[in-house]
Design a binder for this molecule. Structure first.
Ligand SMILES: Cc1cc2nc3c(=O)[nH]c(=O)nc-3n(C[C@H](O)[C@H](O)[C@H](O)COP(=O)(O)OP(=O)(O)OC[C@H]3O[C@@H](n4cnc5c(N)ncnc54)[C@H](O)[C@@H]3O)c2cc1C
Length: 179
């Protein structure tokens, strides 16, 4: 698995993250041939779209991806797994005097949900959409491979993931900028 550019992580945190991702890649690889995939998580969903089509899909359990991997106070960035709740993210960053530049309304929105479903809040007049604060994303593709994307590597995919509603892959990690 590729490490995200410009983020230094301790070996044990990176290894534990890789284990969680590998488990999810394996779920994707092990699905029945021809089955569509859908995200299964243990927190609330706030999508207002019809979800009946998901009933026949193969669920991929992403609940384990709920860790904050690194808060970089100097760079004002945080590397988080996709299922981290906004409330938990704010609590963790506030403890070092930072907050996400864009904080959508509910504490149980997830980082992945806000990337894939789009997030906005009053500070967006200055910082743009929640997506505009994301510097890199990691994603698991339909073939079970995990790749890192940013404005240089897999740049088209990086941009297309925003507001893609999970149609391009399972977004499992985001590098977010802070205020
Ligand atoms: C009552 C209410 C109030 C709201 N208020 C605001 C607000 O103040 N500001 C704002 O910006 N938005 C608001 N929203 C919209 C909200 O930001 C989006 O619905 C957001 O996507 C919710 O995040 P979630 O974690 O619940 O994602 P979900 O609802 O679980 O998912 C949203 C979309 O992202 C996809 N997705 C989720 N996780 C992943 C993943 N790991 N990989 C790939 N795809 C994934 C899902 O398939 C789905 O299409 C509100 C919605 C509601 C219902």
């Amino acid at each position: 698995m590729q490490r995200p550019n410009q983020v230094e992580l301790s070996e044990d945190i990176w290894a534990a993250h890789c284990d969680r991702v590998a488990n999810i890649c394996q779920q994707v690889i092990n699905r029945q041939p021809g089955k569509l995939l859908t995200i299964q998580k243990n927190t609330s969903s706030h999508t207002v779209r019809a979800v009946n089509y998901k009933q026949d899909c193969h669920p991929i359990d992403v609940s384990s991806l709920n860790h904050i991997l690194k808060i970089d106070r100097e760079a004002k960035t945080v590397l988080v797994e996709g299922q981290v709740l906004l409330g938990d993210l704010c609590r963790a960053t506030l403890s070092v005097g930072l907050l996400p530049a864009v904080i959508p309304e509910y504490s149980d929105f997830t980082v992945s949900g806000l990337i894939n479903g789009e997030g906005i809040q009053s500070s967006s007049h200055r910082y743009g959409l929640f997506s505009d604060t994301i510097l890199s994303q990691e994603v698991i593709l339909g073939d079970g491979s995990a790749i890192a994307t940013d404005s240089e590597q897999h740049a088209n995919l990086f941009r297309l993931l925003f507001n893609s509603h999970g149609t391009l892959g399972d977004c499992y990690c985001g590098n977010d900028s802070f205020n």
